[in-house]
Design a protein around this ligand. Structure first.
Ligand code: M6R
Length: 608
């Protein structure tokens, strides 16, 4: 969602802001803008659409200064027009504000300001913050302290004031903000990808923090105006990992990074002798683990699919009943949670608003709380006392790929950790550990499918408006994930189903040439799925199968088969999803679509 960047330093600010916004593009946006503190007034540039439009404006209407703020907006209140783009200003043009989030008391504040005679220029909730700040007195930080009690909802705000040309002020309640501490310069951004190339020293703002940022100083205040301190963290991510590195798209690069991402995640949690997992009880005490009766997995989107696979893994390996919920549903129902439940929030970004709210709720109910997360220092990371870090590195493509496969690996690691802490470990564990160690090579083989085969697959899917993805057992969630990948980046409708459900409705869709993508499981489920495919074929469907190398019988029912290596059944989802990611990628490229930044989607969904 919206990207925020702010800078105070020795450099001309416009290129710094544009560069920061480029690095934040992946979050998803539909307009962009910047404010530069000049000599007489705040210079504002805004443009609807892609960043290139703002760059054009910056070229034709140059602004100069060393302090400024920039924003990419993902529309919530008001259409994605230039007037609604950020920064928004107060009526006097003295205060400029960029904002990520939603003000829930927008209607009331708007009426109050209109009744007070303020002429609003936009439909945004952000302008209300600028107007409120403009009507207060004192320094910008003092104004923020005065306005904060009037703001309800989630916000990350960065503001500047013409009267203080060397200061940027940032404050948050919900969406993240991180300060980058540089040499003779300081920055603030909505995530670290915009800072990495300038500094590795960062301070994460907590909810309620107000940061007064100068070129050579950072002052942090709490909501009562008292000075506070926050730890300085050092980023371990390499700036080169947020570049495309010769690949045409981030998504393709990230798909091919999966062997390394998996290798790093497995290595991080194997014990020294590499015989077991170094995750004993996830850091919970013996008493807490003895009490443990159930597991709840909460997540959104692709991470939710990882949880569905996790249910199979955790139930089979730990015997603990495991429920999977969409975080957006969990937070509004009354789940039975107490100190005998382990709640795991699974989130690539660690910033998904619904997942964070569900985790918070579980914590308040006394559950053991853990997170599987890809971003160290993120909100989920800081909320959960137990953290399992997937080592996928920065994921820039909106469509999640390497984060997903490392989440699948994390599920197995967690199960092994719980088994060892609960005294359940036996030869299965050694088998899985060795399977995990061989997994990167298996994924490499899954990546080696010939492009010509993908060309045939692309032909089958790209010409159709709908398709059905079928799977069974532990590979059923992979059918859901394959369908989601296709939908997200190619805008073609795809429906994932457990194959056994086909006869209960979706079979009505089938007709000559209708594409059915079959994710072929092993074991007894294989023949059952093949029978379902026969039924699909009998109705003229075109069948594209993803199957392991042993599944010879698939050749009789599939028009095209993408082969993956056969691995341990609990690891099979990891290799099986790879050709489905590539297939979605090739279809989107064939259709000429924006693979890395699909329309309407945001990488990090920081509002509910
Ligand atoms: O950062 P998270 O894992 O919490 O994000 C959850 C979903 O928003 C995310 O997986 C989304 O579905 C992706 N676009 C999938 O490719």
């Amino acid at each position: 969602m919206c990207g925020i960047i702010g800078y105070v330093g020795p450099d001309e600010v416009v290129p710094v802001l544009l560069d920061g916004l480029r690095r934040l593009e992946y979050r998803g946006y539909d307009s962009a803008g910047m404010a530069v503190l000049g000599h007489d007034e705040i210079g504002i540039l805004r443009a609807a659409g892609k960043l290139g439009n703002l760059e054009q404006k910056a070229y034709h209407e140059p602004l100069h200064g060393k302090v400024g703020i920039g924003h990419t907006r993902w529309a919530t209140h008001g259409a994605p027009t230039e007037a609604n783009a950020h920064p928004q200003t107060d009526s006097g043009g003295q205060v400029a504000v960029v904002h990520n989030g939603i003000l829930e008391n927008y209607g009331r504040l708007r009426h109050e300001l209109l009744d007070a005679g303020v002429e609003l220029q936009s439909d945004t909730d952000t302008e209300l913050i600028a107007q409120l700040l403009g009507r207060e007195e004192g320094s910008l930080a003092e104004r923020v302290l005065a306005v904060l009690p009037r703001l309800e909802g989630q916000y990350a705000v960065v503001a500047v004031h013409q009267a203080e040309p060397d200061v940027v002020v940032a404050f948050r309640n919900g969406p993240p903000l991180v300060i980058g501490l540089g040499e003779e310069e300081n920055l603030v951004a909505s995530d670290v990808t915009a800072l990495l190339h300038r500094t590795r020293r960062v301070v994460y703002l907590e909810n309620g923090d107000i940061a007064e940022i100068r070129r050579d100083a950072l002052r942090l205040l709490d909501v009562s105006g008292g000075e506070i301190e926050r730890a300085v963290d050092t980023l371990v991510w390499d700036a080169a990992r947020v570049e495309k590195g010769g690949y045409r798209h981030f998504m393709l690069k990230e798909i091919f990074e999966q062997p390394d991402a998996i290798r790093n995640t497995v290595r991080a949690y194997l014990d020294q002798e590499r015989r077991g997992v170094n995750l004993d009880g996830l850091g919970f005490s013996r008493e807490e683990l003895v009490r443990l009766r159930r597991i709840h997995l909460v997540a959104c989107g692709t991470s939710w699919h990882a949880c569905l696979v996790g249910k199979f893994v955790l139930e089979e390996l730990t015997g603990l009943p495991t429920e999977v919920d969409y975080a957006s549903e969990y937070r509004y129902r009354t789940p039975l949670v107490g100190d005998d439940v382990l709640v795991i929030g699974v989130t690539q970004s660690g910033e998904t608003a619904d997942t964070l709210a569900a985790m918070e709720m579980a914590r308040e109910a006394g559950a053991l709380l853990a997170t599987v997360c890809n971003v160290r220092g993120s909100s989920a990371w800081r909320l959960a006392p137990s953290q399992i870090l997937t080592q996928a590195g920065p994921e820039i493509g909106v469509a999640s790929t390497k984060a997903f496969t490392t989440q699948l690996v994390a599920m197995v690691l967690i199960a092994l950790g719980l088994r060892s802490a609960r005294g359940l470990a036996d030869e299965t564990d050694a088998e899985l550990v060795s399977g995990l160690q061989r997994l990167p090579q298996a994924v490499e083989r899954a990546l080696a499918i010939d492009d010509e085969i993908f060309a045939l697959g692309t032909e089958m899917l790209a010409d159709a408006t709908d398709s059905l993805y079928l799977g069974r057992g532990i590979l059923y969630p992979i059918a859901l994930e394959g369908a989601l990948k296709l939908k997200e980046i190619s805008y073609l409708h795809a429906e994932g189903y457990p194959a056994g459900e086909m006869k209960h409705g979706p079979i009505a869709l089938l007709q000559e040439g209708f594409p059915v993508v079959a994710v072929v499981p092993g074991g007894t489920n294989r023949n059952k799925l093949i029978s379902n495919l026969m039924e699909a074929r009998a109705r003229g469907a075109a069948v594209l199968a993803v199957a392991d190398e042993d599944a010879d019988e698939i050749a009789d029912v599939a028009d095209l088969t993408l082969r993956v290596p056969k691995v341990h059944s609990l690891l099979q989802p990891v290799v099986t999803v790879v050709p489905l990611q590539l297939l979605a990628y090739h279809v989107a490229v064939e259709l000429g679509l924006d693979v890395d930044q699909p329309r309407n989607l945001a990488k990090s969904v920081t509002v509910e």
